[in-house]
Design a protein around this ligand. Structure first.
Ligand SMILES: C[S@@+](CC[C@H](N)C(=O)[O-])C[C@H]1O[C@@H](n2cnc3c(N)ncnc32)[C@H](O)[C@@H]1O
Length: 342
């Protein structure tokens, strides 16, 4: 038992496999990834004992592009009896690798893959959670209060008689069930796109960082802003926004008095004179390399301090494409002598 499972969006298994191979190698961990298309997860098997645990400790999910969750898993438990699935599952938990200590776990999540086929399994997972949690508490495996380095137990069902059991480290894992943050669509937002920027902000920053980086003293530029979903997220946090797009902005945004609409080409637009722009956000649908170069230009010229942008990846070689874009931005910033964090 020396493998990790990574949840990912359905259809992104190849990218997930490429990313984990590379990230594991940088940590000196050798192994191989098994990815089956459209399963919404990837399994990475390590060659050295305890390397799976090492990856779970060293790789924060939020630093991975394609992973939603990362956990150390057991071998597949099959042919579970509908009369008693709990006993073999608890037994499997007890056999998790040596560094694992059941007294340091504080919850259990019963999950399945995020695919249409697995949707019906989720009802079963929900019903199974309470009796499993109770049985784990009775066996002393779940503690109400644990140290901050606690772990979370996972049961990942493939079918209602087959599952993996595993664990994740709370400090490194995604704190969301199935690794998916469920955001409510804000009624006042002009487009569903708004959730993309909201998720990015909530992922990249703690609530304290968010307050210092997005507030009434900040100025933002939104390239490809219409109808205004991303602008809405900035304005909601107090930022004044130059919204650049030839299209129409939602009138509700003008009522806030916190935007100026600039009907211009986002590739030619430059920051308004004597204004110090803190934030550049960009959701123009364009070739990723063009967007990456545009972001690098703004940062290198000192036109903005920070940027959040959307790379609309092609259908093929998505991992290579995103890596090339990020490498290119890093190279341009390095050449210009900047210290930076991507
Ligand atoms: C996906 S939409 C943006 C949605 C927006 N982020 C929201 O939350 O409502 C892409 C926008 O980019 C704009 N766009 C595309 N190319 C552009 C360019 N060269 N300059 C300015 N805007 C551009 C389009 O007009 C379109 O409104």
């Amino acid at each position: 038992m020396n493998k990790i499972m990574l949840y990912c969006r359905q259809g992104f298994e190849k990218e997930m496999a490429a990313e984990i191979m590379e990230k594991a190698a940088t940590l000196g961990v050798a192994g191989f990834a098994r990815a089956v298309e459209n399963t919404a997860y990837v399994i990475f098997e390590c060659y050295q004992p305890n390397d799976a645990d090492l990856l779970a400790q060293k790789l924060p999910v939020k630093e991975l592009i394609f992973a939603r969750q990362l956990l150390v898993i057991s071998d597949l438990l099959e042919d579970l009896s509908p009369e008693d699935r709990i006993t073999p599952i608890i037994e499997a938990f007890k056999q998790l690798p040596a560094p694992f200590d059941l007294t340091k776990t504080d919850d259990v999540w019963v999950e399945s893959a995020d695919t249409n086929e697995a949707k019906s399994l989720l009802t079963f997972c929900r019903k199974f959670t309470v009796p499993l949690r109770q049985a784990l508490r009775r066996s002393g495996a779940l503690q109400a209060k644990v140290a901050k380095h606690a772990r979370t137990l996972h049961v990942f069902f493939l079918r209602n008689n087959a599952c993996y059991v595993g664990y994740s480290y709370n400090q490194q894992h995604s704190p969301y069930f199935m690794g998916i943050q469920r955001l409510r669509f804000p009624e006042m937002a002009p487009s569903r796109s708004t959730l993309k920027l909201e998720e990015a902000i909530l992922t990249f920053f703690t609530p304290e960082e968010e307050k210092t980086r997005f507030n009434e003293n900040q100025i933002g530029v939104d390239l490809g802003a219409c109808p205004g979903g991303w602008t809405y997220q900035l304005v909601k946090r107090g930022v004044f926004v130059y919204a650049v797009d030839h299209g129409k902005m939602a009138t509700s945004l003008f009522d806030t008095g916190r935007i100026e609409h600039c009907p211009e080409d986002g590739f030619k637009f430059q920051p308004p004179k004597r204004k110090r722009v803190n934030w550049l956000v960009c959701d123009m649908v364009e070739k990723p390399s063009r967007i990456a170069d545009l972001m690098a230009k703004w940062l290198v010229n000192g036109w903005t301090q920070e940027a959040i942008f959307n790379l609309k990846l092609p259908m093929k070689k998505r991992y290579q494409e995103v890596q090339q874009c990020l490498d290119s931005i890093a190279r341009q910033l390095q050449d210009a002598g900047f210290s930076f964090q991507i």
